[in-house]
Each structure stands twice: as C-alpha cells, then as structure tokens.
Ligand binder design. Structure first.
Ligand code: PAF
Length: 275
C-alpha cells in the first residue's frame, strides 16, 4: 500500500492510478463497515484509495473532535490487509492551510434533521469531501447507508457541481444484535453497549407499524416504548427518501430515522422504505 500525506504526494499517486479508481473517505477508527466498503470498491475497481482525516469542520463546538478515536497505525494495517492501494492521510494544516475559507453548502437538505441538530455539520462534510474528490479524482465514491442524510447531501453536491464521480451507497453493516457499526460505538461502556441495539429495534418497530397502516404518532409511540429506558431520544421520524423532510404519512421512498444518546454517546441509525 502506498501512503500520501500531502496533496502533492496524493496527486502524484492518483494521477497514474489504474482506472476505475474507487474511493472510500473515512475519519479512521476503522471497523467492519469501512472494510466492507473497501471490499465493495475492490470488487468493482482496478484500484482503491482510502482517506483518513478527522475533519474539524464537521464537528460543533460541544462535540467530540478532541476525543474522536484515532489510531493511524492500526488503521493502516487493516487497510493494507484489505488490499487498499493508496492511503491518503493528511493533517489539518494540509487540508485547511492558513487563510482557508471556502465552503460548500447544499442548502435546505443540509439544514434539516441532523443538520438542524448539528448546525454546520453538513457544510463541513460537503466541504471536505469536495476537496478530497478534487485531490483523489475517483471514478466511484463508496459511502455507507448508515449516514443516510450524508449520502443524500454528497449525491446532491456531486450532481449540482458536476463532479466526475458516481456515488455508490452500500447497506449498513450491523453487529449480530443489530447495532449499526460506527466508530463511536467504541465510546460505549458495557451497559450502554447492551442498550444501544434498542435504537435499531425501535426503528424496526416503527417501520412495521407504518407498513401496517398505523398513524405516524402511533408508530413513534410504539418505537419509543422499545428504546432502552436509559437512552435519551433525540428523534424518531419518518422522512422523505430524497429531501429528508418529515412526512406525515408513509409515502415511499422514505426513511425511518433515529438518533439517541447512550450516556454521552450519540448514535444515529435508519431504515430504508423503498417505493
Ligand atoms: O462519514 C464519515 O466518516 C465522514 O463524514 C466523511 C465522509 C469521511 C467526511 O469527513
């Protein structure tokens, strides 16, 4: 596996990359979900690039930027073992040199739901991914459905700004008990880890209730009853599959989405309801 830490090094490597080139952007603390994205990229592409960059722009002032798990050595070993060709791991001074001030804002889609709770989050995500796409110039961009609104934001950015890359969305990878894999699961203590799959069970309950024709308020009440009592619910909702605006009644394609805190750790999850 080749390694690039600067934009010049990355450009030199990606400029001669076999095509198609698949790209998996990450913030490190890699788990099976990331490695599955790498495997999917490997299966479709002649070369695979991964980036590791904990992006300060997408964290709010009271969020977990400082304590976000970082282990570049272990992550590099996992990626080399998974057959990644190039790892791009810049630091913040490379991505955001003095005077950096440009940002990418996708509008309303970035302000609803997660964007309402985490103002500026999706501007940070879109800005860093735009820059990464310019540096890596991939043919295919691999993203996980676990961050469903993020995938919609990035697909919109690619479409609106005519990036020459196609976004490929892969299903959420789950632990055996249903918990969606996330780097933030590492924060959970054993009691919280035991409670955390209740978010997935709540979403399943909500989707079943909606599909049976129950009203949204009833479906949310049934789902809330399934959530571990110690969890603090941020939201459970039914949203449009493209805009992420709340829906009053089930009109697929849609997502049931949820966010809850287990102790200090905030987890999100979703289920797709196709048309
Ligand atoms: O999903 C993530 O890990 C991040 O939001 C991403 C896409 C790597 C941008 O920093």
């Amino acid at each position: 596996m080749e390694y690039a830490a600067t934009i010049a090094q990355a450009r030199a490597l990606f400029g001669v990359s076999p095509r198609p080139l698949g790209f998996v952007p990450t913030m490190g603390a890699l788990h099976e979900g990331h490695l599955e994205l790498v495997r999917r990229a490997r299966a479709r592409c002649a070369a695979v690039a991964v980036s590791i960059f904990v992006n300060p722009l997408q964290f709010g002032p009271s969020e977990d930027l400082a304590r976000y798990p970082r282990d570049l050595e272990r992550d590099s070993e996992k990626l080399a073992g998974a057959g990644v060709d190039v790892l791009f791991a810049p630091d913040a001074a490379i991505m955001y040199p003095d005077g950096f001030s440009t940002s990418v804002d996708v509008g309303r889609l970035g302000e609803t739901l997660e964007g309402a709770i985490r103002p500026g989050h999706f501007r940070g995500v879109a800005t860093v991914v735009a820059k990464l796409l310019h540096v890596v110039q991939p043919d295919l961009l691999f993203l996980g459905q676990k961050d469903a609104q993020q995938t919609a934001v990035l697909r919109k950015m690619i479409r609106d700004l005519a990036f020459p890359a196609e976004a490929v969305i892969e299903p959420t990878v789950r632990e055996r008990d249903g918990l969606a894999m996330s780097s933030r699961n590492a924060y959970l203590d054993s009691a919280q880890r035991a409670q955390a799959p209740s978010l997935y069970r709540a979403l399943l309950t909500m989707r079943q209730a909606l599909e049976r024709g129950e009203a949204k308020s009833q479906a949310i009440a049934a789902a809330t009853a399934v959530l571990a009592p110690a969890a603090k619910l941020d939201y459970l909702d039914l949203v449009d599959g493209e805009t992420f605006e709340p829906l009053d009644t089930l009109k697929p394609p849609a997502f049931v989405v949820g966010a809850a805190r287990f102790g200090e750790t905030r987890l999100i999850d979703n289920l797709w309801i196709p048309s």
